[in-house]
Ligand binder design. Structure first.
Ligand code: HEC
Length: 124
């Protein structure tokens, strides 16, 4: 009983500490400056990863390196990825293979888009 109650609360404390540490370690974000990784903390990378593995990985690869006509996604910023995903979702044609990508984007909420983009942008 004790263990099943204390484990989740430990996890929450650990997450809060981690969030506080990464925030104070990144003054660029506090000032609203965006660079490649600074804006990457806006979403929930953990939720993004779950969704990425389920819906994106089959085409873009386990580490988002892409292959053949599936573009590489890693090394892009959150803003870049969010912009592309919103445009696919809105039905805009972006490249020769938009027909493959658009249906996936249409299943995503704003939050999903932010979380997945955060996960991809943080890939090392
Ligand atoms: C069926 C294969 C497939 C799946 C599944 C898929 N994609 Fe794509 N994705 C593509 C293709 C093909 C393109 C290039 C489309 C074009 O030509 O416009 C693309 C393009 C993109 C781009 C734009 C890249 C750029 O630099 O222009 C992003 C971002 C992206 N996908 C993210 C995702 C995410 C996030 C998911 C999961 C929700 C996902 N994709 C699922 C095939 C796929």
């Amino acid at each position: 009983m004790q263990a099943s109650l204390s484990l989740p609360s430990m996890a929450i404390v650990a997450m809060a500490l981690f969030a506080a540490a990464s925030y104070s370690g990144n003054p660029a974000q506090a000032e609203g400056v965006t660079d490649a990784k600074a804006d990457a903390r806006s979403g929930d990378a953990g939720l993004g990863e779950v969704l990425y593995r389920k819906t994106c990985r089959a085409c873009h690869g386990p580490t988002a390196k892409g292959m053949a006509s599936y573009p590489k996604l890693r090394d892009q910023t959150v803003s870049y990825l969010v912009d592309k995903l919103e445009r696919y979702r809105a039905g805009e044609k972006l490249g020769p293979n938009t027909a493959l990508m658009a249906p996936r984007a249409k299943e995503l909420s704003d939050e999903d888009i932010l979380n997945i983009s955060t996960f991809i942008a943080l890939l090392e």
